[in-house]
Design a protein around this ligand. Structure first.
Ligand code: GAL
Length: 877
């Protein structure tokens, strides 16, 4: 028998979707602890009339899996149930929710609506045991008219929520499967003669059109300035009837596709964006307002100007923050059917006429709710839902309904129904080809001509999984070079790890029979919201005011579209202010600056937007040979517990994947070459892996110079192999009781970590951290913490200080654990400090790339040297 939640239909008993409006009419929030009963199957045996007074309670909004009922589960593409639409498994966890409601006495006349902003995935509503309606569309608002059900006294509101439904087939986004009432619920008073809906279109030229279903009065704000992410000018518009006044914060702006250009207010609109999911390590997709505010503040602080609401409309409060603080939004419909791809897209709802009503309903619910948000500059039909008639119909409907916003959908590869060409994770070459209008042709010449003439965006690029992404500056250079390219959105804003028992968990940690491991942990923010080095890199790469050197000249580029630089302070490191005239938007200025060295920052409201340096590499090591010595037992205050050749790194998650443009991952190449299992020969000079004849020859030479010890190391590759190396150098194991508290000071790039393809956010100088602070606690432990261009470093423990000077600038990583421990641990909290400080000194390291989803490390960032000489001087400071 088909259950109700397997019937493919739009909501039943629901009201037509409408705009979100602030109103003088009454609103009664119902967020609180509700009575709750959970059943592992759909048949709960509970009567909707039963107020459930003896049951447990559960917060609304929340997910029941995060309160001890059932478990979170993570899959990326695959459905965690058989692909048998519209049927779902018998094991269909179900929550019964109850609470008492009462119509406020001062809500006279009119109607009372019950509004749900997010229920995952299918639910049914009753009042006093009488059915009110049923709905799916987990991340979409739905309202029911409950006027006739309310007695004026205490009434029993019952909501039954099923985890799985036909709707699950179109909600296969790459995220945790989490259920329940996870956004707010409210009762709304709708007075007779009120303003149920409203549509305001406000253009750059100050034009204002107000459309309402009833006659309304309003007055036009005077002297308006255009809205943009740079200058989010909002004006309060009050619209009234005798019964109600609603207010909206409106912004005057016009979005337009003009040939191959995307324009906002007539100027280039270039997305320097991120993909954002609803996610919080403690509460899942039930995200608090404070969390949203904090995230928006972090985005603005990191120069981000755009958000794609991957892959569903956000809580409406998030959009109001984007309006207020200035972020361009691609609002995406709650539609993804990626799980049909593994079965050859057979049965994909996107092309099944039986699903047409469900598709259209979802699009309407997004557009109608969010149509007044100035931040929303584009509608997206959904994500990874293949292609088909229902999506084409949604595009048609949206285009007719809203002529002011372009339409986006990445999987419409031929751009049959969309207004911008969109790609995910293109390689640099492909992006460049699109920039030049030189992408491979479509079979249909007319379609090809049209697509080739459209602006292009990367709706996803730069996969921020683990340590990375590397190579962002190269993407930015391509975007800068071609006006057809309207920027892109990093995948993604924040890690989705869930906090349980003090540990950040990912796929597989909840006993899921099928899962996709740590692929859900791929954000620019660590789960505790600490900005990762990847976010700092992105902020530096997309800076609106860019400083570069061109020979003796300093070049200042103003990349804002609407803002001149008069509020930006340009200063020397000494504090001396540079006299720079205001630079107009989208133009640049050249300062002849012969002074050596040079260190200049561009600062806005105390925040560094950009920094450029011309430094002379200061290496002061003693290089003449002293008295030959044997290997010491002690280096300064530290007993020397080991000295080894160092050619390995705990693979990053990007190392584990081949990337779009390669066939074998770096990790597999390195393991095949045995870099993880080199065996020293009896004389310690040769290091080769078992079964192979390629490896390294190493020659160590120690000498003494008064109080200083000098080490020279020659390393040469043996054999014909030429693959990039993770690193090439030596590792010292120094014994010390509390390695994490050792103070690590260095002259070089810092204070953050850096790699050859991720070094825009660091600057040259003297930096100091504890060893513990120098680690980046990626959720899945992996290579991190490299410091580049180091001239010297100092390690200070309570028993003394060791200084290490290099003959040449080197790479340094200091850790309170070994690379093996880093590689073996599967969660950050499994790493424990011992009594050894590991000091990795390398002539070179390989970069990070974005191969976990995107291109491999670029050749320019691969370390391939086959012979190096390293020289270090050790002194007690
Ligand atoms: C994309 C997808 C995202 C995410 C990403 C990889 O294909 O749209 O939802 O899965 O890949 O992390």
């Amino acid at each position: 028998m088909t259950s109700q939640f397997e019937i493919v239909e739009p909501p039943v008993g629901a009201l037509p979707p409408r705009a979100r409006l602030r109103s003088t009419a009454g609103v009664l929030p119902l967020d609180a602890r509700w009575q709750f009963f959970w059943s592992p199957t759909a048949d709960t045996g509970k009567d909707p009339a039963d107020p459930g007074l003896s049951w447990d309670t559960l917060p609304v909004p929340s997910h029941w899996q995060l309160h001890g009922y059932g478990s979170p589960a993570y899959t990326n593409v695959r459905f965690p149930f058989p692909v048998d639409p519209p049927h779902v498994p018998a094991q269909n966890p179900t929550g019964e929710y109850r609470r008492m409601i009462r119509r406020p006495a001062d809500w006279r006349g009119g109607r009372v609506l019950l509004r749900f902003d997010g229920v995952d995935s299918w639910f049914q509503v009753w009042v006093n045991g009488a059915e009110v309606g049923r709905a799916s569309g987990s991340r979409l608002t739905v309202e029911f008219d409950v006027t006739g059900h309310l007695t004026g006294g205490d009434d029993v509101l019952a909501v039954r929520v099923h985890q799985w439904s036909f709707g699950s087939y179109v909600e296969d986004q790459d995220q945790w499967w989490l259920s329940g009432i996870f956004r707010s619920v409210a009762l709304l008073h709708r007075p007779e003669g009120g303003i149920d809906d409203l549509w305001v279109v406000a253009g750059t030229d100050g034009s204002l059109e107000v459309t309402a279903p009833v006659p309304v009065s309003w007055s036009r704000p005077e002297d308006v300035q255009p809205w943009s992410a740079e200058k989010p000018a909002l004006y309060r518009l009050q619209v009234s009837t005798a019964a109600e006044t609603v207010s909206l914060d409106i912004g005057f702006r016009t979005v337009r596709v003009d040939g191959d250009r995307l324009l906002l207010n007539g100027k280039p609109l270039v997305f320097r964006g991120v993909n954002r999911h609803d996610i919080d390590a403690r509460t899942g997709r039930a995200v608090s307002r404070e969390r949203m505010e904090h995230d928006v503040a972090l985005m603005k602080q990191h120069n981000i100007n755009a958000v794609r609401t991957s892959h569903y409309p956000p809580d409406p409060y998030f959009l109001s923050l984007c309006d207020r603080h200035g972020l361009y939004v691609i609002d995406e419909c709650d539609l993804e059917t990626h799980g049909f791809q593994p079965v050859g897209w057979r049965g994909n709802p996107s092309d099944d006429p039986d699903w047409a009503g469900v598709y259209l309903d979802r699009m309407r619910r997004m557009v109608e709710r969010d149509k007044n948000a100035p931040s929303v500059v584009m509608w997206s039909l959904g994500n990874e839902a293949g292609w088909g008639r229902n999506l084409a119909a949604n595009a048609r409907w949206a285009r007719e309904r809203d002529t002011t916003r372009p339409i986006h959908y990445e999987a419409d590869e031929e751009c049959e129904s969309v207004d911008v060409y969109s790609r995910m994770y293109p390689t640099y070459d492909k992006l460049e080809a699109i920039g030049r209008h030189a992408e491979p042709a479509l079979a249909d010449p007319a379609r090809d001509r049209r697509r080739r003439g459209l602006p292009m965006i990367m709706c996803e690029y730069g996969h921020a999984m683990g340590n990375g992404p590397g190579g962002l500056a190269d993407y930015e250079a391509v975007i800068d070079a071609y006006p057809r390219l309207a920027g892109g959105f990093i995948w993604e804003w924040a890690d989705h790890a869930l906090l349980r028992d003090g540990s950040y968990r990912y796929g597989g940690d909840f006993g899921e029979p099928i899962h996709d491991g740590s692929f859900v942990v791929d954000g620019l923010l660590l789960p505790d919201r600490t900005p990762s080095p990847g976010l700092l890199e992105y902020a530096a790469v997309i800076t609106p005011v860019r400083l570069t050197l061109d020979g003796p000249d300093l070049v200042i580029e103003n990349r804002w579209s609407f803002t001149a630089t008069e509020d930006v302070v340009f200063a020397h490191a000494s504090g001396e202010i540079l006299d720079v005239p205001p630079i107009a938007p989208l133009s640049s200025h050249r300062v002849h600056h012969p002074a050596q060295p040079l260190d200049i920052t561009a600062t806005l409201d105390g925040r560094v937007l950009s920094r450029v340096q011309r430094t002379s590499s200061a290496v002061a090591a003693v290089v003449e040979t002293g008295r030959p010595a044997t290997r010491p037992d002690q280096l300064g205050p530290f007993p020397l517990a080991g000295l080894t050749l160092d050619t390995w790194r705990a693979p990053t998650e990007n190392d584990r994947f081949p990337g779009w443009d390669a066939t074998v991952s770096l990790e597999n190449q390195w393991r095949a070459a045995g870099l993880d299992r080199l065996l020293p020969s009896a004389d310690g000079r040769r290091h080769l892996p078992a079964g192979l004849d390629s490896g390294f020859e190493v020659d160590y030479r120690w000498s003494e110079h008064g109080n200083a010890l000098r080490l020279e190391v020659d390393i040469e590759r043996l054999g014909e192999w030429r693959l990039p190396l993770p690193r090439l150098g030596v590792a010292l194991a120094l014994r010390t009781p509390d390695p994490g508290s050792t103070v690590f000071e260095w002259l070089g790039l810092g204070p953050g970590e850096s790699y050859p393809d991720s070094r825009a956010a660091v600057w040259h100088g003297q930096h100091r951290l504890t060893v513990r602070e120098a680690q980046t606690p990626y959720v899945v432990p992996q290579e991190n913490g490299n410091r580049s261009d180091v001239s010297w470093l100092r390690l200070r423990s309570p028993s003394g200080t060791l200084r290490i000077d290099g003959d040449e600038p080197f790479n340094a990583a200091v850790r309170p654990w070994s690379a093996t421990a880093l590689e073996t641990a599967r969660h950050a909290d499994e790493l424990t400090e011992g009594d050894v400080l590991w000091v990795h000194l390398a002539a070179g390291v390989t970069g990070l790339g974005s191969a976990s989803c995107g291109p491999a490390v670029r050749p320019s960032a691969q370390y391939r040297a086959s012979r190096v000489r390293l020289g270090f001087v050790f002194t007690v400071d």
